[in-house]
Design a protein around this ligand. Structure first.
Ligand SMILES: Nc1ncnc2c1ncn2[C@@H]1O[C@H](COP(=O)(O)OP(=O)(O)OP(=O)(O)O)[C@@H](O)[C@H]1O
Ligand SMILES: [Mg+2]
Length: 414
């Protein structure tokens, strides 16, 4: 694009002279005869450079500079003042108001051309840089957006992977009550059959009270059925079945609360309950070899994205379980920090611990010491990201052979 110049002077002869000087190098020169015309031209067209006279009727060059509020952006034009006034105050004022240069008339032709050329070159350079900065910024923003998307997918993938690992255990947790509910129903079915039979005999006896065969049948049925035992057992079976159904319902609801893929809403949640819910999902993984000791303190509700925090807790619980060879203990402590602004959760195990050199690495994505197929090494890195996005912290303390303690701190309010 050829550079365009706006020539502002109320004196036509001056304008003609300057236009003549510029004409060999610059073709796009427009003229304005006063401040108003100048501002109108600037509003309608973009110019790279303005040669501005100060002393004009109505709107002076100072007025124009004031209204332009230079430099408003790299796209605004460069202003060189051309004036007969060589009073140092006037010159200072012009620079203060944003003029890039000041030339006193009468001026030297070469000097005018040199200054115009220099300022246009600087202006072009500035615009070029600005464009590059804008392009880079746009590219960075796009990358940032993609990074956010990928992180979201990573969190989801990690969750699905750990759910996958736990699926067998969860299925077992559900299967177990379903098994005994099933057998309880079978037993109840036979009890009901017996009871109906007894009622039947009673009805026969009622119809013919003198029939000794009917009386005998009632007696025989009562003895066989053992009503007293039946009464107890029915109550027990129903009680146990109801408990089983509640257990299954709880697991299903925990799973649902955990897996909501699109859930990114902030809730106020009770951290103790989130831990229990994650424990339910990990239960089958943990219950055979670990004792779970809970030291929960009463906690204020914490603002968080619930399924994400459950995901973190589940990761830490499963890791703790996996660190225990043979039998061990997982201790969970919760509490409110003295400031009352953050809550903490400690998940401590007495498993094999973490080597000191590895402590730096365990939060890295894909770092795992587990056998192929056992761990993706994403658990802690995803957990770290989740806690960071909650403006909290996650730290670890570990001693080889003694166990590890992971601590989460979460602000109560975001
Ligand atoms: N409680 C712990 N005790 C001992 N080592 C641990 C404990 N928690 C984590 N680690 C170490 O940190 C590594 C990384 O843990 P992380 O949860 O990120 O991945 P993973 O458990 O190996 O696999 P994934 O969680 O993806 O299934 C583990 O492989 C293990 O070496
Ligand atoms: Mg893990």
């Amino acid at each position: 694009m050829p550079e365009s110049i706006l020539l502002v002077d109320d004196n036509e002869i001056n304008r003609r002279l300057v236009r003549y000087i510029l004409s060999t190098d610059y073709q796009q020169v427009q003229e304005a005869a006063d401040g108003d015309e100048c501002l109108a031209a600037l509003a309608n067209n973009s110019f790279d450079l303005v040669l501005l006279d100060l002393n004009m009727p109505k709107k002076s060059g100072f007025d124009v500079l004031k209204e332009l509020q230079l430099p408003s952006s790299p796209r605004s034009p460069v202003v060189i003042v051309l004036s007969a006034d060589n009073d140092p105050d006037t010159i200072s004022r012009s620079f203060q108001l944003g003029a890039a240069d000041y030339l006193t008339t009468p001026f030297n032709r070469e000097e005018l051309l040199a200054r115009v050329k220099t300022h246009l070159a600087l202006h072009n350079r500035e615009q070029y840089l600005e464009e590059r900065v804008q392009k880079r910024t746009a590219a960075l923003m796009e990358t940032n957006q993609r990074l956010k998307e990928t992180t979201k997918q990573l969190i989801q993938a990690e969750k699905m992977a750990s759910l996958g690992q736990l699926a067998a255990g969860v299925a077992h947790e559900i299967n177990n009550p379903v098994g005994y509910i099933n057998s309880n129903l079978d037993t109840l079915k036979s009890y009901v059959k017996d009871l109906l039979e007894l009622i039947n005999h009673h009805q026969n006896l009622e119809a013919s009270p003198d029939n000794s065969a009917a009386r005998e049948a009632v007696k025989e049925a009562r003895q066989r059925i053992d009503l007293e035992f039946l009464e107890d057992d029915i109550q027990h079976l129903i009680q146990e079945s109801l408990q089983g159904v509640r257990h299954v319902k709880q697991i299903v609801s925990d799973l649902k609360g955990f897996s909501h893929p699109e859930e990114k809403e902030w809730h106020s949640a009770n951290l103790n309950e989130l831990i229990d819910s994650s424990l339910n999902i990990a239960n089958n993984e943990l219950k055979y070899k670990t004792k779970i000791v809970k030291h929960y303190q009463e906690l204020p509700l914490v603002q968080c994205i619930t399924p994400q925090i459950k995901q973190v807790l589940l990761n830490l619980l499963v890791n703790a379980g996996q660190a225990i060879d043979g039998n061990g203990c997982i201790t969970i402590e919760t509490g409110l920090a003295p400031s009352a602004e953050t809550v903490y959760v400690n998940i401590r195990d007495n498993g094999h611990g973490i080597e000191e050199e590895l402590l730096q690495k365990i939060f890295d994505p894909f770092f795992t010491t587990k056998a192929v197929g056992q761990g993706t090494g994403l658990g802690l890195s995803v957990s770290y990201g989740i806690i960071q996005s909650h403006l909290g912290s996650i730290t670890v303390n570990s001693k080889m052979g003694q166990g590890s303690c992971f601590t989460i701190n979460l602000p109560v309010k975001q």
